[in-house]
Design a protein around this ligand. Sequence first.
Ligand code: IVH
Length: 667
Amino acid sequence: MDNVQQQIESLRKELEQHNYSYYVLSQPTISDYEFDMKLRQLQDLEAAHPEFFDPNSPTVRVGNDITKEFKQVAHRYPMLSLGNTYSEADVSDFYERVRKALNEDFEIVCELKYDGTSISLTYQDGKLVQAVTRGDGEKGDDVTANARTIHAIPLTLQGDYPAEFEIRGEVLMPWSVFENLNKEREEQEEPLFANPRNAASGTLKLLNSKEVFKRKLDSYLYYLLGEDLPADTHFQNLQLARSWGFKISDATKVCKTLQEVFDFINYWDVERKNLPVATDGIVLKVNSIRQQEMLGYTAKSPRWAIAYKFQAERACTRLNEVTYQVGRTGAVTPVANLNPVQLAGTVVKRASLHNADIINGLDLHLGDMVYVEKGGEIIPKIVGVNTDARGADLGPKVEFIKVCPECGAELVRGEDEAAHYCPNEDGCPTQRMGKIEHFVCRKAMNINIGSENIDLFYKKGLISNSADLYELKLEDLMHLERWGLKSAQNLIKSIEDSKQVPFERVLFALGIRYVGATVAKKLAQGLESIERIENATYDDLVSVDEIGEIIANSVIRFFKKEENREFVNRLKAYGLKFEMSNDMVEQMGDALQGLSVIISGTFERHSRDELKVLIEQYGGKNVTSISSKTDYLLAGANIGPSKLDKAKKLNIKFLSEEEFEQMIGEK
Ligand code: IVH
């Protein structure tokens, strides 16, 4: 074997092993830095030797930008579901049925029922070849590219594995990742995921595997299928699968009696709350494969297994009122106001009703006794109505409001959208004040003013939009109730200081829908000035790193409105920063004067940040989106295919790391 090929393969093996120690065993054996260095070395070798490409190389874990529809694939063995039970009596019945049918000793394997989305993985000769979702049980979506980004799913196996087999399990979004994701979505006013299960299945079906990679999914495997499995019990097969590199739950236990099964259920009903991922029950499986075959299947599920579902924590209470909240972008959210009730350790007074469809689906009436659940969700939700409790005093059916509770404008509902919006963007006081609150917040302009004072100033007619803040004078404030010279001075200073806030945060402060802090940063880096953003075409916008269709259209919509352009012009006149500054960079030379350079890929001798500084030190501009105005593409290994294509189309000159060094005289 070729020397390079050997080196590539040994790096791949080594990295896969580290990956396993880190993500499956949670026992890393090298530092993250060392791992990154080795990964980078492999990336460079692979880039230089495309002939040794392998779809299962550890370098593919970061995903790619290629967007494609999912191919539908038929399952070799149908993906069945499990019969559900909810009581100990049901579990006893299952146990008895199995005993009678087998008429011999048997063992039950108890497992946690992971609450994610199921996946079926096919391995051939120790390599992951396909990952398919459950779909309708007969055929599912081929999500292999996405599954490859999940570190807990091994790409190549170790040890003595069968030549070909399938293994099934659950793809999960850990609680911590779920909570962060929702926080981010809230900030950007995107619809929240109701629970980690929805978030996991939504993520697995994203068309861009790079996005999937960022969402940090996890996976547990619990079912091995194949023609000749290595062991004759389910438990033993799982232990072997663990030795090949799969993440198998440590909770899995062989039970010899019904009592042991109950003990397992009772233990995990409490202990599961300490797990990093969501579980919603226990799965009981007959251990012996021979006995499983004897018991067989019904049309929908195996007779040798059953799921026991934990009771979701639920309370019943009266619905007093439905109120509606209007956000800064006009989205209207219905909120149920309840008689306070104890649920899973907290008192619940309000619950989310999400949208009009949910309200109609529940046939909700005021005064109804409603069931509230916290199972898996952060915000409690109403899951049902006790219609038997309805009496003569039942109130009217809850009808979603037609007009904005704040300004009276008729609400609109976008096509294919569940949410209602108040379209009166410029006249609705709540939206106007919401926009000011957003403008001043810490991550935006960081102006030290609370929402009560924004309310006060608004009502007193001192401000009607954020630009008016810059017109405030000491004497406007000093005489207000609870204001004095000191507090007025502080606010004026804080407003003055905000003029130094960097462009990316000013851009975020504008409150363009879908332009959260991260997106604003990308846009600011990519297009560099408000003029370029204002006048950007759709293509200009989507060529910026991580800017997609929805954001691009939202930016275009924002700047189409004359009022918004005027608003920006006023802010400009007050001296806010509307372009990227590079005053910080000490000039070393002018070799790149007036040239714009885009960096792509990974490099041997410099990090991307170092290169960025070098470009600026030599008078160049580092841009992050390609346009006809870009002079050079500083190209490392593993350039994203879309960037490569675009650079070629626009005839942009490529520079290697070495050529770049020569240009600036570093070598
Ligand atoms: S075994 C034929 N084991 O629950 C048996 N399923 O309704 C196949 N699930 O679709 C499933 N944890 O998504 C099995 N330890 C576990 C499980 C589990 C979660 C899910 C799985 C399946 C559903 C069954």
